[in-house]
Ligand binder design. Structure first.
Ligand SMILES: [Fe+2]
Ligand SMILES: [Fe+2]
Length: 188
C-alpha cells in the first residue's frame, strides 16, 4: 500500500517536492521556536500544503465537485488560489489526515486571512520564506518570523499585495482581510 509520502510524490513534481520539504522543515522550526505543542503538525502541514499545486484548473474543479466544495466566487478561475482549498480536501479525503489545524493551515497558505491560527501563520510564512517566489523580502520575513510572527505575517501580506498590484493581477478578499487585520494589530 502507498504511504502518504509516496502519494504526495505522485501528485507533485520533484522540484515542488523539494519546496515542500523545505516548507515543512521551516514550518517545524518556527513552531519549535515558539514551543508549539505539536511541531510535527507544522511539518506535516508544510509537507502537504502544495499537494494540488501541479493540477490543472480542470482537475482542481473535478476534485472540488467530487468533495462537494463550491469555490468562493473569486477563486473559481484561478488555480493559484484554488490549489489551496482543493489541496486541503485531497489531504483530508485521500490522505486521511483529519487534524483541523493542519487542514486549515493548508487551506489558507496562499492568501492568509484575518486572525490566523498559529499553524496557519507558520505555513504561510514558511511558504514565502522557503519558496524562492518572486516576492521580495523573504529573508526579512524569515528573520521576523522568529521575533514577531504577526509582523512577519503583515510584511508577507503587504509584499503579496504589492506583487499582485505590480503585475496587474487580481487580489482576493482573504488577502486583503489578512493585510487589514494584521496592519490593525500593529497600530493598536
Ligand atoms: Fe501553494
Ligand atoms: Fe508552496
Amino acid at each position: 500500500m502507498l504511504t502518504n509520502h509516496h502519494k504526495l510524490k505522485l501528485f507533485i513534481s520533484d522540484k515542488r517536492y523539494d519546496h515542500s520539504l523545505e516548507v515543512a522543515n521551516l514550518s517545524k522550526k518556527i513552531a519549535t521556536h515558539y514551543n508549539y505543542p505539536d511541531p510535527q503538525n507544522a511539518y506535516i502541514a508544510g509537507l502537504y500544503h502544495d499537494v494540488a499545486k501541479d493540477l490543472s484548473i480542470v482537475l482542481l474543479h473535478d476534485y472540488a465537485k467530487k468533495y462537494n466544495y463550491q469555490p468562493e466566487s473569486d477563486y473559481v478561475n484561478s488555480s493559484a488560489l484554488l490549489h489551496a482549498p482543493v489541496g486541503m480536501l485531497i489531504i483530508k479525503n485521500e490522505f486521511e489526515i483529519s487534524d483541523s489545524e493542519i487542514l486549515s493551515a493548508i487551506r489558507y497558505h496562499t492568501t492568509g486571512r484575518a486572525n490566523m491560527t498559529f499553524l496557519e501563520k507558520t505555513v504561510y510564512l514558511a511558504d514565502i520564506a522557503g519558496s524562492g517566489k518572486e516576492i521580495g523580502h523573504s529573508l526579512e520575513v524569515l528573520k521576523l518570523a522568529y521575533t514577531d510572527i504577526d509582523k512577519a505575517v503583515l510584511l508577507t501580506a503587504k509584499e503579496t499585495l504589492l506583487h499582485l498590484l505590480n503585475k496587474g493581477r487580481y487580489i482576493c478578499k482573504n488577502s486583503f482581510e489578512c493585510y487589514n487585520f494584521y496592519s490593525n494589530t500593529q497600530n493598536e
